[in-house]
Ligand binder design. Structure first.
Ligand SMILES: Nc1nc2c(ncn2[C@@H]2O[C@H](COP(=O)(O)OP(=O)(O)OP(=O)(O)O)[C@@H](O)[C@H]2O)c(=O)[nH]1
Ligand SMILES: [Mg+2]
Ligand SMILES: [Zn+2]
Length: 284
């Protein structure tokens, strides 16, 4: 029997086989192979044991989930405000993993009309990098557009605690996932949602994760980072030097557009900061 792992709690897997759910354990051999089945894996079952794991299309470590089709980045318009450094970091990491990404901006009901237009203006540059959906979950604004993204895909929701990931899913699917007042979420510094589970919503499978707990550039080198800023990478054809990293090289198209205000300075500064982070990690 072939199935898809949708949940893992305390060594017990829930596998979806056609339309049935089977509870099972992993065979001991995986431990010896230093490999373990994870949520998102397609597996071969024998009775209630997982025998084989099919090759993974991709494989995230934190959150531990495989075969992800898209990451839905959830950032709130306010409470908390958008962190561009976190946004740029997420986009680079996800691009590096060859996964599609969409940005969902939540809580627009908390902004005045003017505030909302200036936020859209601020994010305008990002339209060239990814799709953006503006939502207010409690008023069901934009939530249908998010729902449409789920069909036939494995999606992972990622974003800081308190941005409204669970509230968004509750609103779309009429679920009752536990949510938490923002003040409490920030005070504890912990996510309300912890274990990983794929939930069937709108013909797709969605993981409401606690976000990416580790956001370092682990195995990425600076060239990989420069490719993971896909907007900069495209422009690099117009840089004078092949393989331009847009740092101190002369006649760099990226730096020119930053100077001209076409590329937000914050995005470029974050890029330089990430390069430095990668370089300093390498020293150890
Ligand atoms: N005004 C308004 N409040 C919202 C909206 N979405 C979420 N909230 C509030 O934001 C708070 C946090 O929402 P959660 O859904 O628990 O946030 P989360 O992203 O799931 O947080 P973690 O599970 O901790 O990662 C709750 O008090 C929600 O009611 C929205 O669109 N508008
Ligand atoms: Mg949550
Ligand atoms: Zn350049």
């Amino acid at each position: 029997m072939r199935g898809l792992i949708i949940k893992l709690i305390g060594g017990l897997y829930t596998v979806k086989v056609e339309n049935e759910l089977v509870e099972c354990k992993a065979r001991g051999k995986f431990r010896h192979l230093n490999q373990s089945p994870k949520v998102g894996d397609l597996v071969e079952l024998n009775d209630d044991f997982i025998m084989e794991i099919e090759d993974r299309k991709n494989d995230l470590a934190r959150p531990p989930i495989s075969n992800v089709d898209q990451v839905i980045l959830v950032f709130s318009a306010t409470q908390p405000k958008i962190s561009y450094s976190l946004l740029d970091r997420f986009i680079a990491l996800i691009t590096y993993n060859n996964i599609n990404t969409v940005l969902v901006v939540t809580k627009i009901d908390l902004l005045s009309e003017d505030e909302l237009s200036s936020l859209k203006e601020e994010l305008r540059y990002y339209d060239s990098v990814l799709d953006i959906v503006y939502t207010a979950s409690l008023n069901k604004i934009g939530t249908e557009d998010v729902a449409k993204l789920f069909k036939d895909k494995i999606s992972v929701l990622a974003g800081q605690s308190g941005v409204g990931k669970s509230t968004l899913l509750n609103s779309i699917a009429g679920l009752d996932i536990k949510t938490q007042e923002i003040s409490k979420a920030l005070g504890r510094g912990k996510h309300t949602t912890r274990h990983i589970e794929l939930i069937e919503i709108e013909g797709g499978l969605v993981a409401d994760t606690a976000g990416f707990s580790s956001l370092d550039f682990d195995d990425m080198d600076e060239v990989a980072l420069s490719h993971s800023f896909s907007d900069f990478f495209e422009l690099s054809h117009d840089c004078k030097f092949r393989g331009c990293l847009h740092l101190n090289e002369p006649k760099c198209k990226v730096k020119k557009l930053v100077d001209e205000g076409e590329i937000p300075a914050s995005r470029y500064d974050n890029y330089v900061y990430f390069i430095e982070e990668i370089r300093s990690n390498k020293r150890y």
